[in-house]
Write a protein that binds this ligand. Structure first.
Ligand code: UDP
Length: 235
């Protein structure tokens, strides 16, 4: 497959066209942003970790019946994915309180939740990704009832599969964000699942092994990303 011109550059990835109209190549960068782009920096090696970890998760999920946009890893930073049209909805699944949930609900970080929580926000940087619900999604014509149902079903299954899997490596999945896309009429999992988009805590010590180390200036950011890839993939 031929890599053609760059068609998009986001905060953490670049996207290139290919000679197959159904496929694009994503290239993961080391650039890090937080708080809707207000905090910027570099996490050396992050792009490599996120590319490999995300692909690793997508392959696992695919084997359990959840269709991802993942096609083939080309190199440390580059992966061929199906060219989807992104549903502009961010889905967050939470197992324990953290981040904006703790703030909004006045619940300390790390508090148990009685059941997993699924929430939606509107993927719109200008509006700072406002929190919304399925009525908004329907009313704005962002997705159909059937698509919303599929997105919710897949999201809870991803939570079950990844929570169980990560436990085996001494990692607790606190929360994570998913994005979905449409490909030839079907809803499939898109974007990435990585320490940039999920909270991973050491089960024993509660040590944060994710982007909160960057957001909150906790130090040892690169080490945390390396620790995740080391535990999951032995690298
Ligand atoms: N998240 C993300 N992108 C976003 C917002 C959230 O990947 O634009 C992830 C974040 O890394 C965390 C989970 O979704 O794992 C829940 O984030 P939360 O709403 O607590 O947001 P934050 O604390 O970042 O404000």
């Amino acid at each position: 497959m031929k890599k053609l011109e760059q068609i998009y550059e986001g905060k953490a990835k670049k996207v290139f066209a290919t000679d197959n109209p159904d496929y694009v190549i994503v290239s993961y960068k080391d650039d890090a942003t937080a708080f809707n782009g207000q905090k910027r920096g570099t996490i050396v090696g992050k792009g490599v970790v996120n590319n490999k970890v995300s692909n690793h998760f997508f392959k696992l999920l695919e084997s359990k019946g959840i269709p991802p946009h993942y096609v083939k890893q080309l190199s440390d930073r580059e992966t061929v994915v199906k060219k989807v049209s992104i549903v502009p909805v961010e889905v967050i699944v939470r197992n324990k309180a953290a981040g904006s949930f703790s703030k909004r609900m006045g619940v300390p970080e790390g508090s148990m939740l009685l059941c997993p929580v699924l929430e939606f926000s509107y993927k719109n940087d200008e509006l700072c990704d406002p929190f919304f619900n399925s009525y908004y999604i329907r009313a704005l014509g962002l997705a159909t009832d059937e698509e919303i149902e599929k997105i919710e079903e897949y999201s809870f299954r991803v939570n079950d599969i990844l929570s169980e899997y990560l436990k085996g490596f001494g990692v607790e999945l606190i929360d994570f964000k998913l994005e979905f896309g449409r490909f030839h009429g079907d809803i499939i999992l898109a974007d990435e699942i990585s320490p940039d988009t999920g909270r991973f805590w050491d089960i024993e010590t509660g040590k944060k092994l994710d982007k909160d180390r960057f957001r909150r200036d906790l130090g040892n950011v690169e080490e945390a990303y390396r620790e995740i890839i080391r535990r999951l993939m032995g690298e």
